[in-house]
Design a binder for this molecule. Structure first.
Ligand SMILES: Cc1cc2nc3c(=O)[nH]c(=O)nc-3n(C[C@H](O)[C@H](O)[C@H](O)COP(=O)(O)OP(=O)(O)OC[C@H]3O[C@@H](n4cnc5c(N)ncnc54)[C@H](O)[C@@H]3O)c2cc1C
Length: 441
């Protein structure tokens, strides 16, 4: 029997949710239901799993259970980059074996983007929710410039398209002269994450029963089927897909293998577009993976800037207000360094959210025991990777042997983490060192 020792707690919604009109959540589960497949968690992975099950077999009875409300979790509180290319294609000494692994990863990422694009097209989604505009990787100094040049060489080796921008060209996009160079890659899609997650949930067909405010508190295998327990109901299903991100560990799964790393974002109040030149909508990740993400969001009441940076390790998947406030002070410094002409612009929203990582960067996707499938642990780039994990877990649950399933099957098992207190000490030092290495980037 797997019993949840902790449940997700979202102390405040992200700025993305606050930009949207209120939404009435689906009713919590009450009473007993039977289903062909039960999916636990309605983030990217759970929504992709439910959608894939439904597409593969419209007759399936699927129950999707979300502890909180749609878009309050990490899937609705990220920066909205649905990325096709790895942050780091490989090291400088790029070799053929690594290239085939990288190509497999890119294929995995693009399978996820294809599903997201299909849902967007079917629902007549505007560019404010799903925009296949690509992204910039952006540098602030010589270290970042060097990284961008090296990255471009690796993209050449992979035959991937890109466009390099010098300081003047990127200033024309961003409206600030603080960036020294950039590279644009066309394959990334940009989403309004909360709007996107709502759309993906609300467009599921009648074969999927979604229940919000319905945490699964325990599940166990009895008589050939899984029995899931929630505060006011039960589900019986022969197959279960666990899509709970780091909360897999709250059920005792992957004990000593998952790292709970949180990252943080701040979003400004709206400003008159004329205050900052450049394009009204663009999205840039840092030249260094541990650096600062920046995004400009065009709105009807003005434009907003989003800053995402800081990573913190926590022994449990939970943070407090002080963590968000500390990250906010870093955001304010990063913002001032990038947009001096917007001095005085206040941050209207700040939030943090969880990512689950493994020590060796491998996902935890696959059949854990008969009829129990995991689609957990994104290791960053979760919009794409968790979506791909959800698709693959659904395919596996249906007994399909696809290229995506094979890619996840090839992954090495997660490495055991060092015991506490060494783990906390080591993880915190490692993150600090990486952030220090990213410097002004
Ligand atoms: C500030 C920030 C910026 C980020 N930016 C990006 C970005 O630009 N691009 C990108 O790719 N990634 C980004 N990420 C990471 C990305 O958001 C996550 O990797 C992604 O959401 C993981 O998806 P998931 O479906 O695995 O998990 P989640 O989105 O966490 O979904 C899991 C769901 O399971 C539910 N759940 C947990 N336990 C239970 C239970 N017992 N019963 C029922 N439900 C349960 C949770 O409430 C949650 O809704 C960012 C993250 C943060 C915090």
């Amino acid at each position: 029997m797997y019993v949840a020792r902790a449940l997700p707690e979202y102390t405040r919604a992200s700025g993305w949710v606050d930009l949207l009109p209120p939404r009435r959540p689906q009713d919590a589960l009450s009473g007993h239901v039977t289903a062909d497949v039960a999916v636990i968690g309605a983030g990217f992975a759970g929504l992709a799993a439910a959608r894939t099950l439904q597409e593969q077999d419209p007759a399936l009875r699927i129950v999707l259970l979300e502890a909180s409300e749609i878009a309050l979790g990490a899937a609705g509180r990220n920066s909205g980059f649905v990325i096709d290319l790895p942050h780091e294609v490989s090291s400088e000494d790029y070799a053929g074996g690594q290239a085939s692994d990288t190509r497999r990863q890119i294929h995995l990422n693009r399978s996820a983007i294809a599903l997201i694009a299909r849902i967007a097209a079917e629902n007549g989604c505007g560019r404010d929710v799903f925009d296949p505009c690509g992204k910039y990787n952006i540098a602030m100094g010589s270290k970042g410039d060097h990284h961008i040049t090296a990255y471009a060489r690796q993209l050449d080796a992979l035959g991937e398209p890109y466009r390099l921008l010098d300081a003047k060209a990127i200033a024309e996009v961003t409206g600030t002269d603080r960036f020294s160079s950039a590279i644009h890659m066309p394959g990334t899609a940009i989403i309004q994450p909360a709007a996107w997650v709502r759309l993906a949930a609300d467009s599921l067909g009648p074969g999927v029963r979604l229940h919000e405010r319905t945490p699964v508190t325990a599940f166990a295998r009895q008589g050939g089927a899984w029995q899931l327990t929630t505060p006011h109901g039960q589900v019986t299903a022969p197959r279960v897909i666990l899509a709970t991100n780091g909360h897999a560990q709250s059920f005792g799964l992957y004990a000593g293998q998952l790292l709970h790393v949180f990252t943080y974002a701040s979003m400004s109040e709206p400003f008159a577009p004329a205050r900052l030149g450049g394009h009204r909508s663009w999205a840039a990740t840092p030249a260094f993976p541990m650096g600062t993400t920046v995004r400009r969001v065009q709105g009807t009441d003005g434009d907003r800037l989003l800053i995402r940076s800081r990573y913190t390790y926590h022994a449990r998947p939970k943070i407090g207000e002080a963590d968000v406030a500390r990250a906010g002070r870093v955001h304010d410094r990063k913002f001032a360094a990038r947009f001096p002409t917007l001095r005085g612009l206040r941050m209207a929203h700040r939030w943090g959210g969880a990512m689950a990582l493994t020590w060796n960067g491998v996902p935890t996707v696959g059949e854990i025991e008969p009829g129990l499938f995991s689609a957990c642990t994104c290791n960053g780039v979760g919009a794409t990777k968790a979506t791909a994990a959800g698709i693959a877990a659904a395919q596996q649950a249906l007994g399909l042997d696809t290229e995506l399933v094979d890619t996840f099957r090839r992954a090495a098992p997660p490495r055991a983490l060092p015991p506490q207190p060494w783990l906390t000490l080591g993880a915190r030092l490692n993150l600090r060192w990486r952030e220090w290495r990213a410097g002004i980037e």
